[in-house]
Design a protein around this ligand. Structure first.
Ligand SMILES: [Zn+2]
Length: 111
């Protein structure tokens, strides 16, 4: 493997991120499935119904976020901020592989 100083489009880094995303997709799908199964269980599998609904909603969003990132990867738009169109730093993508925005755009959207 050769080390380069290129951005996230660099082949090795993006292959690694794809692996991470695919694993994240599997993990998140499993979690969502488990929560959906709890909804069908007597007494919601021991969850408070409102808590379970919130967890399910969040898990569904997580799966959608990862699916979105994988789709962007196949469309070659992965790693580009959806707000300002700048390249998202590789360090951020390693920490949040499903990130859609760079840090400044992410922060300005939270309010
Ligand atoms: Zn941005």
């Amino acid at each position: 493997m050769t080390a380069t100083t290129h951005g996230p489009a660099e082949a090795g880094a993006s292959r690694l991120l794809r692996d991470i995303l695919e694993e994240q997709y599997a993990t998140r799908t499993e979690r969502l499935t488990a929560l959906v199964l709890c909804e069908a269980m007597p007494r919601h599998g021991g969850f408070d119904p409102r808590t379970l609904a919130a967890l399910t909603r969040a898990a569904r969003q997580d799966v959608a976020d990862t699916a979105h990132a994988l789709r962007r990867m196949s469309q070659d738009t992965y790693g580009t901020c959806e707000g300002c169109r700048r390249t998202i730093p590789l360090g951020r993508l390693r920490a949040y592989p499903d990130a859609r925005f760079c840090v400044p755009c992410h922060q300005s959207r939270r309010h």
